[in-house]
Design a protein around this ligand. Structure first.
Ligand code: RTP
Ligand code: MG
Length: 321
């Protein structure tokens, strides 16, 4: 369950509605949970939070369920209780996450779920550089204790009562950071994601490993990756902006001629940074030391693709992931 009611007390506007790269932090957190192996996702909002509901948008259609905390001014306990009540009574565990950790990924939630499934403990919590943090996964046997929380109490109270049952799973502090103060957002603003495609020419030439190394050495983190073979139809769709260009047919044939590796790269100013790392479209014009200078054959068979702006990055990531 994702707690979003009562967020933003210390910020000028409701925190969960703040946008990063065109997407609210609520939607980011709910989307990550939905992508995890959690069986159901319940989002707890403050009563009447229509903006919160609309921020979830299509996620509701994909199975995210919204409930409202009965008395959000009471503090966190009311949100926890509403979330616990809304989850299926038969659930083996209850994962409590906060909407203000928008950089956590499905894999982070899965790490907790996996540790819990492997019997690591009745309470599994995230740890960041050795410090206890959220999310926290409680075994179903703590349901009543969670329902008994009042006022400003949170899951911490239950954790402290059962020290022998607690297990920590270390997560990346960069992904676990929360947005508590307006300044936090300034730092996170420059963090971006971009879509990379290693094109069929580079894969056929055995340059995949070299290019991935190049990407990592440039300070970009690979946060998702898949090898696939584009059909001509999918290649057409991906490059639809170039429909009218003379090279379109050739480009589509090339992009569907063999396997490609698509990945999501993350880092400060990742979109512009990766374009620099790739070099100019035409390798003849590319700077020395760029991927295209090193690995591309010609202006079409140019080894890699990178998104060209925040909007295309978002669309292209959604196209594959
Ligand atoms: P990309 O989209 O693949 O990252 O490359 P880009 O922004 O540098 O270049 P863009 O103008 O978007 O072109 C997309 C891809 O089409 C092929 N192309 N062929 N034959 C030609 O003149 C020509 N021009 C472009 C390249 O594969 C280029 O990356
Ligand atoms: Mg382009």
């Amino acid at each position: 369950m994702l707690l979003a009611a009562g967020s933003g007390r210390r910020m000028r506007r409701a925190k969960h509605l703040i946008q990063i790269e065109g997407r609210s932090i609520l939607s980011r957190a709910a989307g990550a949970l939905l992508g995890s192996s959690a069986e159901e996702v319940v989002v707890v909002l403050a009563p009447g939070d229509r903006e919160g509901v609309s921020a979830l948008g299509a996620l509701e259609l994909r199975g995210v369920r919204v409930v409202f905390a009965e008395s959000p001014d009471e503090g966190r306990a009311a949100s926890v209780r509403a979330g616990v009540r809304a989850t299926a009574p038969g659930a083996a565990g209850l994962l409590i996450a906060l909407a203000d950790q928008p950089f956590l990924e499905a894999a982070d939630f899965d790490a907790l779920i996996r540790a819990f499934g492997a019997g690591a403990g009745g309470i599994v919590h995230a740890a960041y550089a050795g410090e206890r943090g959220t999310p926290v996964l409680f075994a179903a046997r703590y349901r009543e204790e969670l329902l008994a929380l009042r006022g400003r109490e949170g899951g911490r109270v239950v954790i402290l009562r059962h020290p022998g049952e607690v297990c920590a799973v270390a997560l990346d502090p960069a992904r676990g950071r929360d947005l508590d103060r307006p300044e936090d957002l300034l730092v996170s603003r420059s963090m971006q994601r971009t879509l990379s495609i290693i094109k069929p020419d580079a894969i056929a030439a055995g340059k995949l490993g070299g290019i991935l190394q190049h990407i990592e050495d440039a300070g970009l983190r690979i946060v998702a990756m898949r090898m696939l073979h584009l059909t001509p139809e999918r290649a057409q769709e991906f490059y639809a902006v170039h429909r009218e260009r003379p090279f379109y047919q050739g480009l589509v044939a090339f992009m569907s001629s063999g396997p490609v590796v698509v990945s999501v790269l993350e880092g400060p100013d990742a979109i512009a940074h990766y374009r620099t790392v790739m070099g100019a479209t035409n390798p003849e014009e590319a700077e020395a030391g760029t991927i295209r200078k090193l690995y591309a054959t010609d202006v079409e068979r140019n080894a890699c693709h990178g998104s060209d702006g925040p909007e295309t990055a978002q669309e292209e990531i959604a196209f594959f992931f």
